[in-house]
Design a protein around this ligand. Structure first.
Ligand code: FAD
Length: 411
């Protein structure tokens, strides 16, 4: 029987990046009532970014991904319930039912349920050598087959697909990437940046097929080939599908909460029920920096929302959102992005694309709305401040390396 039965506190559903951050933020803000984290994976909260990077490469252990040691939860009096999911929410009774039937009462409930990899709905997509990249378990399974000489076909030319391709090359696999859109990273970068990444991957030996759909998987019980729209077959020993994330909103929907591309929450992460909050990948939040709604899948956003949620629960002034940011590591390239580039009108490239060190500035109405930097951590650091300050600039200034970016910051 849980101690929650005597005194109710915060129940956090999900034990990922945002849930782990929230539990400790609550304690830092002075929250003294019980905190219970319930996660259906068997690991304590961990960082997912290395899953498609160093962990897949076999360079780091699963334990090194943990946000904190298991002991530190106990020291902060945070109860971790792992390997067990929440099945239902009873809003009227303010309780949740776990899959084993236990009922726990809450004072405040936080949904930090993340999302799951979008499935490819094709015959053969459930064969054992078709992989998705979301959890430690997914990668442990994939790593067993990720061996030199194997033919890897990656479906999806987004960050995760390209990171997996880069590790595949590093480990001596033959790699093909299939992307249905005309270019890789199409949803998040300018054509110039996509072209750069396409060139780098091709130079490294990746076979890139853009504007190409997957029609079927050949082979049974294992996929032996990926059949393309035009009928051609790409031979495959392993298939990795990286075609996006679907937010885990089933619990919220069943409980009657407002859901629209994620659980709809306000700027303080509160849902349509004042006692229920949602944070991280599963939440469609009112972003105070952008002045509009956003469901963001990034560590920075998960941590920021955790802090805002902790402040809201503790009834303290909440920090404002900053510009959203993200990173991706491929080969020797550190891509760091800040802001949302959609809707930009002008692009300025600073630095030398061929020299593998440049920044792309996206402008809307003269304001810098997003920056992608490749191997330019200095530009990224200044760039975050430029966005936060809603700085304006001319394309010619940004493209001129002798022009001081800092001079665009307010005095
Ligand atoms: P998650 O970390 O997904 O945690 C949610 C947890 O809730 C999961 O464990 C889930 O199983 C559990 N859960 C769901 N439903 C229930 C239930 N009913 N009961 C109990 N538990 C439940 N971001 C970056 O900024 N940079 C990167 O380079 C980057 N790389 C990435 C690479 C990969 C391979 C992946 C998968 C993600 C990457 N991300 C990156 C995104 C980042 O990891 C996510 O934005 C972040 O993990 C979101 O945290 P979260 O807490 O919202 O969700």
């Amino acid at each position: 029987m849980s101690f929650m039965t005597s005194e109710t506190g915060v129940i956090i559903v999900g034990a990922g990046e945002s849930a782990g951050s929230l539990a400790f933020s609550l304690r830092q803000q002075g929250y003294s009532r019980p905190i219970v984290l319930i996660g259906d994976e068997s690991h304590p909260p961990y960082r997912r970014p290395p899953l498609s990077k160093a962990f897949l490469a076999g360079e780091v252990s699963a334990e090194s991904l943990y946000l904190r040691s298991a002991d530190s939860y106990a020291r902060q009096n945070i109860e971790l319930r792992l390997g067990l999911g929440v099945e239902a929410i009873d809003r009227a009774a303010r309780s949740v039912t776990l899959f084993d039937g236990e009922v726990l009462s809450y004072d405040r409930l936080v949904l930090a349920t993340g999302g799951h990899a979008r499935r490819l709905l094709l015959p053969g997509a459930d064969h054992p050598n078709v992989h998705y990249v979301r959890t430690i378990t997914d990668i442990e399974r994939l790593k067993k087959e990720f061996l030199p000489g194997k033919r890897l076909v990656v479906v999806g030319g987004g960050y995760i697909g390209l990171e997996v391709a880069a590790i595949g090359i590093k480990k001596g696999l033959g790699v093909t990437v299939i992307e249905s859109l005309p270019r890789v990273l199409a949803r998040v970068t300018a054509p110039e940046v996509s072209a750069f990444y396409e060139r780098v991957h091709s130079e490294q030996g990746v076979k890139l097929l853009t504007h190409t759909g997957v029609e079927a998987f050949d082979g049974d019980p294992r996929v032996t080939g990926v059949r393309l729209g035009g009928g051609a077959i790409v031979p495959a020993d392993i298939v990795v599908v990286g075609i996006g994330l679907v937010p885990n909103v089933e619990l919220a929907t069943a409980a009657g909460l407002l859901v629209d591309n994620g659980i709809v929450v306000d700027a303080l992460t509160r849902s349509s029920d004042e006692n229920i909050f949602a944070i991280g990948d599963c939440a469609n939040h009112e972003n105070s920096f952008l002045g509009r709604r956003l469901r963001m899948e990034s560590v920075a956003s998960a941590v920021e929302q955790a802090r805002i949620c902790a402040a809201a629960i503790c009834e303290k002034p909440a920090p404002r959102s900053g510009p959203p940011w993200f990173w991706s590591d491929q080969y020797d390239l550190k891509l760091q992005m800040v802001g949302i580039s959609q809707g930009y009108e002008q692009l300025a490239i600073r630095g030398d694309i061929n020299g593998r060190s440049f920044s792309a500035f996206y402008l809307h109405d003269g304001e810098i709305i997003a920056i992608d930097t490749v191997n330019r951590t200095g530009d990224f650091a200044v760039g975050k401040r430029l966005l936060a300050a809603h700085a304006r600039a001319e394309v010619a200034q940004l493209a001129d390396e002798s022009f001081e970016l800092k001079s665009l910051l307010p005095a």
